[in-house]
Structures are given as structure tokens and as C-alpha cells.
Design a binder for this molecule. Structure first.
Ligand code: NAP
Length: 333
């Protein structure tokens, strides 16, 4: 890394008012971004976190998180995230709301300033921590878009009470699908899990629970080819991948949990991504651009959990802090 000794608190152009240059801007307020916020605020770095909706990320859509250490009986997703946010704000983290449209690097200067653009407003910063997470993938079948919100859902915690005593199908075989299917049984009369293989991807403890739940049955080796209904969902057309056989399952709800897509489009080729759009980093969470870090679900990695997101957020923040201190010529060696 090249070292430029500067003290960049504010910058000014002729005739314009002084502009603040943050030490760090964190994009995304899930567990990774908020944890980075805790560490940077405690390091007394001037830090702004930008969140497009509610802080907490996808974890706030989780009824109960059972594998976050320290909570032997689990903790509700929204409660855990609210506590992490409170902790970050207590140490001085500033949060602003808006959707980031673009991230740029100022090319004409040696001062390493990066620019984060939200609508028409530009924020300047020495480092960026990308913690923009991921969002639910779609099935991309006929009827899905048309019946979204009319029986098609991507969030059991949000919509389950609308399906009291009704028949529901859940699509997918990962941790999310199985956890959400189990949650849905508290409301629904019957839940059918439609999975494209003959076994589940989900963690074994979730498999044990789902196989012993009498309200849940399975359509194995099957894919949904169409969601049926005019005003609201009336059923799904499924096809067995091994036999080619088609059949209709009548239901009032279709819950889709077929993985996630990373929120990285706004980066516009600024940094290196893998084929699926996940951000590539080194061990210290640095991306292909000096001074830009990534953590949490938007990053390419093997395990997507709240606990890994928090760990990566802490690492990214610490690496960013070292980078900033070196830029300012104040590093403690
Ligand atoms: P995931 O692990 O990627 O699983 C997605 C599931 O959907 C897979 O079973 C996949 O089938 C299936 N699928 C993908 N595309 C499909 C399509 N077009 N049609 C039909 N089925 C399709 O996603 P996830 O369950 O949302 O989990 C994401 C990450 O979060 C994982 O790392 C997971 O471990 C983590 N997570 C953890 C917890 C927890 O620890 N309690 C809870 C939720 C999520 P294949 O199996 O054939 O690929």
C-alpha cells in the first residue's frame, strides 16, 4: 500500500462550503455493517452507515436465531439486531437512510478519497465497507410476479399469520426453507416442501425437526413450473425431474426460499466479483480496490450466518482503521 500523509477531515473547493470527508462509510446495516460500526466508532473513526430500509438485514426476518453464541435458548432475529444497532449507536455510529446508487473513486487526486452517491448527494470517505447483504432469489416461473403478495411470499415471519389453517407449499431445501417451513406449521393446516433433489441441503438438526413434524410432507425431485390462480394463489404445477411427471398441488400460499442474490449491482465493475456477483476479498476483507472492504452475505465465502457476518465486520473495520491511520501518518507501529 502506498502511504500518503494527510489529515483529511474536511475539503474545500473555491467558493463552496467545506465538505466533510469521513474516515469510513459502511454500506448496509445488517449484522456485518453494524458490527463494523461498533468497532470503527470505538476506534473513534468518523463513520457513517448508510442503510436503504431498516437496520438488521435479513436477520430481522428470522423468528429465532439458535446458533448465535451466548443465547442458549436462541434469540429472536429482530431482538438481536435491535441490540446490535443500539450498541453501535451508543458508541457514536451515525446512520443515514438511502439507497446507494454508485460508488466511485476520485481519480484525479492522490488523497485516496472515495465517493458514495445516494440519489443526488455525494459523500466523501477514505474507506468504504461494503456490507450490503443479499436478497431472496426468485423462482422465475409464470404466475410468480403476478401473484406476489396474493399468496406468493418470500418471508414466513412477515406473512404466516395470513395463512391460518390453510395449505401452503414451501420451495427449497436449504436452512431457510426448512426453518421457515417449521415456522409456518404454527399457522398452516399442512405444509408441503417441494425440493428439486431427493435429500435436503439444510443442517441436520433442522432435518430431524422437519422429518418428525406431522404437518409437513415432501414432494422430492420436483420443481415448480407454474404458480396457478387468477386473483390469488390456487395451486402450483410441479414436475418430477426424474420421471417427467407433472401434477398440481392445490394450496393458498407459496413460500419461496431458493437462495439469495448478492446486492452488488451498484458497484458497476468497480471491484472484482465472482460469477454470481459475490465480492472477492483477501483474508483481511479487502476487495480488489485498496481501502474498500467487504463483509457479510455480499462477500464470497463458505458460511453465511449472523456470527460469521459479525466476525467479518469486525475484521473489515480493524483493517480499515489500520489503513486510515497509515494514510494519515498516525499509525501505531
Ligand atoms: P441455500 O443454502 O442456497 O439453499 C437454497 C435451496 O434452494 C437449495 O436447497 C437449492 O437446491 C434450492 N434452489 C435453488 N434454486 C432453485 C430453483 N431455481 N428451484 C428450486 N430450488 C432451488 O439458501 P438459504 O437456505 O437461503 O441459505 C442461505 C445461507 O444462509 C446458507 O449459507 C445457510 O446456511 C444460511 N442460513 C443459515 C441459517 C441458520 O444457521 N439457522 C438459517 C437460514 C440461512 P439445491 O440444494 O439443489 O442447490
Amino acid at each position: 500500500m502506498s502511504v500518503v500523509s494527510i489529515k483529511p477531515k474536511t475539503s474545500s473547493k473555491k467558493g463552496t462550503k467545506e465538505e466533510k470527508i469521513y474516515d469510513a462509510i459502511i454500506i448496509g446495516g445488517g449484522p456485518a455493517g453494524l458490527t463494523a460500526g461498533i468497532y470503527l466508532s470505538r476506534a473513534r473513526m468518523s463513520t457513517l452507515l448508510i442503510e436503504k430500509a431498516l437496520p438488521g438485514g435479513q436477520a430481522i426476518l428470522t423468528e429465532i436465531i439458535e446458533n448465535y453464541p451466548g443465547f442458549p435458548h436462541g434469540i429472536a432475529g429482530p431482538e438481536l439486531m435491535q441490540k446490535i444497532e443500539e450498541q453501535a449507536v451508543r458508541f457514536g455510529l451515525k446512520i443515514e437512510y438511502g439507497e446507494v446508487a454508485e460508488v466511485k473513486i476520485k481519480v484525479d487526486k492522490e488523497d485516496k478519497v472515495k465517493i458514495v452517491k445516494i440519489n443526488n448527494q455525494e459523500y466523501k470517505t477514505l474507506t468504504i465497507i461494503l456490507a450490503s447483504g443479499a436478497e431472496a432469489s426468485k423462482l422465475e416461473v409464470p404466475g410468480e410476479e403476478e401473484l406476489r403478495g396474493r399468496g406468493v411470499s418470500y418471508c414466513a415471519t412477515c406473512d404466516a399469520p395470513f395463512f391460518k389453517d390453510q395449505k401452503i407449499v414451501v420451495v427449497g431445501g436449504g436452512d431457510t426453507a426448512i426453518e421457515e417451513a417449521l415456522y409456518l406449521t404454527k399457522f398452516a393446516q399442512e405444509v408441503t416442501i417441494i425440493h428439486r433433489r431427493d435429500r435436503l441441503r439444510a443442517t441436520k438438526i433442522l432435518q430431524e425437526r422437519v422429518f418428525s413434524n406431522k404437518k409437513i410432507n415432501f414432494a422430492w425431485d420436483s420443481v415448480v413450473t407454474k404458480i396457478l390462480g387468477k386473483e390469488k394463489v390456487e395451486g402450483v404445477l410441479i414436475q418430477n425431474k426424474k420421471t417427467g411427471e407433472e401434477k398440481v398441488i392445490s394450496c393458498q400460499g407459496v413460500f419461496v426460499f431458493v437462495g439469495n442474490i448478492p446486492n452488488s449491482k451498484f458497484l458497476n465493475e468497480l471491484i472484482k466479483l465472482d460469477k454470481k456477483g459475490y465480492i472477492l476479498t483477501d483474508d483481511n476483507m479487502m476487495t480488489s480496490q485498496e481501502g474498500i472492504y467487504a463483509c457479510g452475505d455480499v462477500r464470497k465465502k463458505i458460511l453465511r450466518q449472523v456470527v460469521t457476518a459479525c466476525g467479518e465486520g469486525a475484521t473489515a473495520a480493524f483493517a480499515a482503521q489500520k489503513y486510515i491511520e497509515e494514510l494519515k501518518g498516525v499509525s501505531y507501529k
